[in-house]
Design a protein around this ligand. Structure first.
Ligand code: SF4
Ligand code: SF4
Ligand code: SF4
Length: 633
């Protein structure tokens, strides 16, 4: 037998989704900017192609990152994705080897047992049947976990899962029916013909012993085909669109395409790549410290996909980057949130069926403005020429102990330095950016940039990680930028600062904007190891906790911020350290109010450790430290 009408739903669904994936990919490609198109073309024919295939295998099929973060959840995803892939792969080989001819249409592989019911009795055929049963059992084990997770997410180690819309519910039901209907259809057919292996063969003989297996098998083959067809047809308008989209995302990312600061095709690709796995919900401190469970990135992605008003979600966030760190798909969640903060509104979506399958790129209508277009009141300041320019930042001015410590360190180093903002100065612009006011922030950036340029400084040092991040990402400076922990490390390495060992037990809290935001993890710890006994906390490096004092969230109350800070401080000081060290004035201020442990910035600890009568220091190395201007940012 070569064909049966029950395969029609599957065929319609399969050819629809294949054509759809091609058309949608072409649309995404044509909506990319010209440089991004070139990047993708180069990536497709270069080394990025191999990297992408490897990533697709490791992340889209094996789900390595989810496995590492949560084994049960990872197993569930892996068994469904990798298992299905294996079933298709080995099913195609099975149809090719054991079928009546080579190069069969896809339905022959999917419904192989129906068209070859007496296959698998002896020899190699029986071994192959065993393999196919094993793969099906693997998938079904993951499916059982998925069904349980829907009703009790704790079973897979999660506190909360995302809610489903009607098309998602129908697609999910179809997905859940695919493999059980295949199991029963194959088992009943095997029961009639005495074939099948340990799963379908055993179940088939039991079912055939008390049921009319011959009559029942056919409706289950129909159910199997209908489930597949329905799932494929609904896939583009449901969360399962992440399956094909993630492949495109991986190629685009490995080709060097990044989010930038504008909404566009790459942003859309990322929002559709979100698998709604919910890992970002569990990683978010707003969830586990304050019980806020509706603003996490999973909801942001879902809201953007559905063209909903996500204003509150975008602003109710600490911008700590923990969700970026944990997202197994690698979506640049914080930059996408920043883009949404800049958006006053988005064009209302069309409601037609066509637009649900082929949505237009989301168009941001207005960008926010505070109605004061110019900062003409900014003072005319003249900076004197210097080698090192120190920018304390507003938060450091509000935390004078850090400023004093930095003055001690700079004096002890013997370097020629000046303050950029000794009398208070002008903000770096980051808070305005976090509020979505980019144009206004740009005015502050231009003002500060002029001062920095005029100073002729070779090194710009800042104590505030928030300032450091904005200097790094939004200023265009011909100066070597250093956070003060990097600067102190350099002074120690070059023997320009002699320090005593303080013998204190310290733990280090990596500030979000310094660690996850700027990738600086080692220098602060190296400095601490030089002067104290540094202990691990269990929340180190990119797993660091947010202090809760973030300027990025103006929606939560002071009480909620305190709760986040208290929970984080108690987790960090479990080992009873003498000092909770940090490298950010805002973190210091926030933690100080919620813990009895002494909280100190690394600069303060270093200032305490400065040797009282240091021997002659090597000041001649100062010039050699500088990089050539061409290498500078
Ligand atoms: S944003 Fe990432 S972590 Fe969050 S639900 Fe989507 S894929 Fe999962
Ligand atoms: S950035 Fe931090 S606070 Fe915001 S959603 Fe992600 S984990 Fe939660
Ligand atoms: S980021 Fe914060 S500390 Fe730094 S200058 Fe701006 S407001 Fe001040």
């Amino acid at each position: 037998m070569q064909f049966d009408p029950f395969v029609i739903p599957f065929n319609i669904g399969l050819y629809f989704i294949l054509i759809y994936a091609v058309v949608r990919s072409v649309r995404w490609f044509s909506n990319l900017s010209r440089p991004d198109k070139l990047r993708l073309q180069r990536g497709f024919f270069g080394s990025a192609f191999g990297r992408s295939l490897k990533e697709i295998f490791m992340e889209s099929l094996i789900h390595r990152k989810i496995l590492k973060a949560n084994f049960r959840l990872g197993y569930m995803h892996m068994s469904l994705a990798f298992g299905w892939f294996l079933l298709i792969l080995f099913g195609t080989i099975e149809a090719d080897i054991f079928g009546t001819r080579h190069l069969n249409p896809p339905y022959k592989a999917i419904f192989f047992k129906f068209f070859n019911p007496d296959h698998g009795r002896t020899g190699f055929e029986a071994v192959y049947s065993f393999l196919m049963d094993l793969i099906l059992a693997f998938i079904l084990s993951g499916l059982i976990l998925a069904v349980i997770k829907r009703f009790s997410s704790k079973v897979v180690g999660m506190k909360k899962t995302t809610k489903l819309k009607l098309p998602d519910k129908i697609a999910l039901t179809s997905l859940w029916l695919i493999f059980p209907s295949r199991l029963i259809a194959e088992s009943l057919t095997s029961g009639v013909y005495g074939t099948g292996s340990f799963l379908t063969g055993s179940l088939g003989s039991v079912l055939a012993s008390f049921l009319p297996a011959n009559q029942l098998a056919y409706p289950f083959w129909w159910l199997y085909s209908l489930s597949l067809g329905t799932f494929f047809l609904l896939l583009p308008v449901t969360r399962y669109m992440h399956i094909p989209t993630e492949l495109f995302l991986i190629f685009a990312r490995n080709s060097g395409i990044r989010t930038g600061d504008q909404s566009g095709a790459f942003t859309e690709i990322q929002t559709y790549s979100c698998s709604s796995c919910g890992i970002c919900i569990d990683a978010c401190q707003l969830n586990f410290s304050t019980g806020i469970t509706n603003i996490q990135s999973a909801y942001l992605m879902k809201g953007i996909r559905n063209n909903e008003d996500v204003n509150d979600i975008a602003f109710n966030c600490l911008m700590c980057g923990r969700c970026d760190r944990y997202c197994p798909v690698g979506i640049e969640l914080t930059p996408i949130r920043m883009i949404r903060r800049r958006a006053e509104s988005v064009e209302p979506p069309e409601k037609s069926l066509w637009s649900r399958y082929f949505p237009d790129l989301i168009k941001i209508v207005n960008t926010r403005s505070n109605g004061h277009p110019a900062f003409s009141w900014l003072p005319q300041i003249k900076t004197e020429a210097t080698e090192v320019l120190y920018y304390a930042g507003c938060m450091t001015h509000l935390t004078p102990a850090i400023k004093k410590a930095m003055i001690r360190i700079l004096d002890a180093s013997g370097m020629n330095y000046r303050f950029l903002d000794e009398a208070g100065g002008v903000c770096c612009g980051r808070p305005l950016m976090l509020a979505g006011k980019d144009k206004e922030a740009r005015e502050l950036i231009n003002f500060n940039s002029g001062l920095i340029r005029d100073s002729g400084a070779r090194i710009l040092v800042t104590s505030c990680p928030i300032c450091y991040k904005v200097f790094r990402e939004s200023y265009y400076l011909e100066v070597e930028l250093m956070h003060h922990t990097q600067f102190i490390k350099m002074l120690i390495d070059e023997d320009m600062l002699r320090l005593r060992f303080l013998r204190k037990k310290v733990v280090y809290h990596a500030p979000c904007d310094l660690g996850r935001g700027s990738g600086i993890y080692d220098e602060p710890k190296d400095v601490l190891r030089h002067v104290a006994r540094l202990q691990p906390t269990g929340f180190d490096d990119d797993d660091s906790l947010c202090c809760g004092g973030s300027l990025g969230n103006t929606r939560i109350s002071y009480r909620q911020k305190n709760k986040i800070a208290a929970d984080a401080a108690s987790a960090l000081t479990k080992g009873n350290p003498e000092i909770l060290a940090t490298a950010c004035p805002l973190c210091k201020k926030t933690f100080t109010t919620v813990t009895d442990t002494r909280v100190a910035d690394i600069a303060e600890i270093v200032a305490e450790a400065i040797a009282p009568n240091p021997p002659e220091l090597k000041k001649h190395v100062v010039k050699e430290l500088y990089r050539e201007p061409a290498d500078m940012i």
